[in-house]
Design a protein around this ligand. Structure first.
Ligand SMILES: O=C(O)C(=O)C[C@]1(C(=O)O)C=C[C@@H](O)C=C1
Length: 323
């Protein structure tokens, strides 16, 4: 990615080139169609542009309903200069097999695409082009663009119908994803000075290093959420890369850090795992509010704090003591 210059209005990096599903996610952000958009070759490069403050935020994929977590993103946001997730976007995923006009399905020997896209079309490929080999590409759109050049080394690309159309490629087969209704979740990542407001239907993303290797370490972590009635919508373990068996957990929890139950769980987690990294609280794309039990509501936490304060001040907790 070349060093972009700042202009007025927000600017966004994204996993490019133009025509990726990531760009489609970015275009769902209000105002992004008119903003400066900077395609990056990799997720790491998009996030580095945020860290270098050459863009305001970057859109990157984090999770797919079929293939699971996007390791490149989970790992890149877990280390280095801290970042903040500002919002999430969901994009329905539909793949086509595209090639230069004149190519037939029988003539396809090598198919280029992003690893996550390949994983989502594996059964279709096995059934319809069993001899075809996988040719890795940095994105579905980069694979499609490659077909337009002379040096591509492959005969077809798995990409979005839109990019195939834009580049004038022939669609050899449409809707080739193994699971209908596949969805990828994307995150808009900015710098730590921003904390999106609480909406009542929020998500909090955390990176939790496993404190030390002892029986029940994971249980201790999960207990912090369970005891405060905080539901987890995603938990994945990722190797830290330091040594074999050293892992961190990447977690999405229902709620905002300004919800008392979430704040209390975070304090508990920090005592257990001081290397805990807060990656942001932001509105859920589906706007679904969690069911909060009475004893984990903000009111219940506030009443408990007041009760304890009363005791410390010398009352019995029910009656105010000396102040
Ligand atoms: O290659 C693209 O078009 C992307 O935006 C990347 C990506 C991913 O990383 O999962 C996004 C959505 C699809 O699930 C496949 C690929």
């Amino acid at each position: 990615m070349t060093g972009p210059t700042r202009t007025d209005g927000p600017s966004y990096a994204y996993l490019g080139p133009e025509g990726t599903f990531t760009e489609a996610a970015l275009l769902q952000v209000p105002g992004a169609d008119a903003a400066r958009r900077v395609p990056a070759a990799t997720v790491g490069a998009a996030l580095d542009a945020v860290r270098a403050r050459s863009v305001d935020a970057a859109m990157v994929p984090i999770e797919n309903s079929v293939e699971g977590g996007v390791s490149a993103t989970l790992d890149a946001i877990a280390v280095g200069e801290p970042l903040r997730i500002l919002r999430e976007e969901l994009v329905p995923i539909t793949f086509v097999l595209a090639a230069r006009p004149g190519t037939t399905l029988d003539g396809v020997r090598r198919i280029a695409t992003h690893g996550h896209a390949w994983a989502q079309c594996r059964n279709w490929v096995d059934a319809h082009v069993p001899r075809a080999e996988y040719f890795p590409s940095s994105s579905t759109a980069a694979a499609a663009f490659g077909l337009a050049g002379d040096e591509h080394g492959y005969d077809a690309a798995i990409c979005s119908p839109l990019v195939a159309e834009r580049l004038g490629l022939a669609v050899l087969a449409a809707d080739i994803g193994d699971v209908a209704d596949a969805v990828t979740r994307f995150i808009l990542v900015g710098t730590p000075d921003a904390l999106p407001p609480r909406t009542g239907a929020d998500k909090t993303t955390l990176v939790i290093p496993l404190p030390d290797d002892h029986p029940g370490a994971l249980m201790q972590i999960l207990d912090q959420f369970a005891a405060r009635g905080v539901n987890l919508s995603r938990i994945e373990s990722r190797p830290t890369g330091q040594f074999l068996g050293d892992y961190f957990f990447s977690v999405d929890a229902d709620g905002h850090v300004e919800d008392a139950r979430v704040a209390d769980a975070l304090k508990g987690l920090h005592r257990i795992s001081p290397g805990l990294r807060f990656l942001g609280s932001y509105a859920r794309a589906d706007r679904r509010s969690p069911a909060v039990e009475r004893h984990t509501s903000d009111d219940a936490f506030e009443a408990a704090d007041a009760w304890l304060e009363g005791i410390v001040r010398g009352g019995d907790g029910d009656r105010p003591g000396r102040s």
